[in-house]
Design a protein around this ligand. Structure first.
Ligand SMILES: *Cc1c(COP(=O)(O)O)cnc(C)c1O
Length: 304
């Protein structure tokens, strides 16, 4: 059923542009890569993941959103700004301790009117797993990363838009994955033969293979492991730092070191491994995350 919300979100998704990008190994292998600029929406992929979650809170008559994340979290950043725009309040449970966490991200959250409460690591893990956060009657909880069915529903509009804009013979759509819920959502918005790929930014299961498949998903998605360097938020190798600098120089597009850099690194590596076929059309989703780049110790300029 076509609703007002549905039309609104699809229209936003269809307004996002795609641009050809230059990756050395892809050029050599005859593979075309288009970058989908969802980073131009406020909050990148979190824009989609938060959309129906905020509507659900409003429909239930709640005026305050509660969620969890780290001190550099793109999710909390996007949530605080979205709440401000919707005239809602927000309360963030931040992993860690106040003294260590006066980050640019949390400064923005506060400036947008978000309330911040620090939670120790053990308690944080417990809250994320159990979802047993104590709430006031006017509060609505969104899980960490907005990784829930409403988040996936929002992300499905990325898949729908790509096929409406570029056709169904796009062979691959690829994105950085943390919880993998953007990936699952995008896949659920696809029809035909387009394959959804996630580049995990986390270390995979020990001794794991290059990829794992979404069970029973139709159309299927695949998670790619082994392209996260030293792991989530860890310092970059010299090779990856150089690649970051080269990419930004060649393409005039900024990347964040946690997510989108790992995706583009993977696309380039996969060309060398022969994963793509000559003539393949690959759509890479720029999921945003540039706000998080401010708090990262390494910067691409360092490789110059
Ligand atoms: C949160 C985030 C992701 C990962 O999204 P998941 O749905 O958790 O897989 C990817 N890229 C950026 C920039 C993000 O902020």
């Amino acid at each position: 059923m076509q609703t007002v919300l549905d039309t609104w979100l699809l229209t936003r998704a269809l307004s996002v542009t795609h641009q050809p990008i230059n990756l050395p190994n892809c050029r050599a292998a005859g593979v075309n890569v288009l970058l989908r600029r969802d980073d131009q929406l406020p909050g990148g992929n979190k824009f989609y993941k938060l959309f129906f979650n905020l509507k659900a809170a409003q429909t239930a008559g709640k005026d305050t959103l509660v969620s969890l994340g780290g001190a550099h979290s793109n999710h909390l950043h996007a949530l605080a700004l979205a709440c401000k725009a919707e005239k809602l309040k927000s309360r963030m449970l931040v992993r860690g301790y106040a003294a260590a966490a006066d980050t640019p991200t949390l400064q923005d959250v506060k400036a947008a009117g978000g309330m911040i409460e620090f939670v120790g690591h053990g308690e944080y893990r417990r809250l994320c797993q159990s979802q047993q956060v104590a709430l006031q009657p006017n509060e609505h909880l969104i899980p960490e990363g907005a990784a829930n069915p409403l988040g996936e529903q929002g992300a499905s509009y990325i898949g729908r838009a790509v096929q409406q804009q570029l056709g169904t013979d796009v062979r691959h759509i690829i994105m950085a994955a943390g919880t993998g819920s953007t990936l699952a959502g995008v896949a659920s918005g696809l029809s035909g033969a387009t394959e959804a790929l996630g580049v995990s930014v986390l270390k995979g299961p020990a001794g794991g293979s290059l990829y794992s498949n979404g069970q029973g998903q139709k159309p299927r998605w695949k998670m790619l492991w082994g392209f996260c360097g030293k792991g989530y938020g860890r310092p970059l190798s010299t090779a990856m730092l150089r690649f970051w600098q080269q990419f930004e120089h060649d393409n005039g597009v900024l990347l964040d070191p946690i997510y989108t850099l790992k995706m583009l690194w993977a696309i380039n590596q996969l060309a060398k491994l022969g994963y793509w076929r000559r003539g393949d059309q690959v759509v890479a989703v720029h999921t945003g995350g540039l706000q998080g780049r401010r708090g990262f110790a390494q910067q691409p300029e360092a490789a110059r």
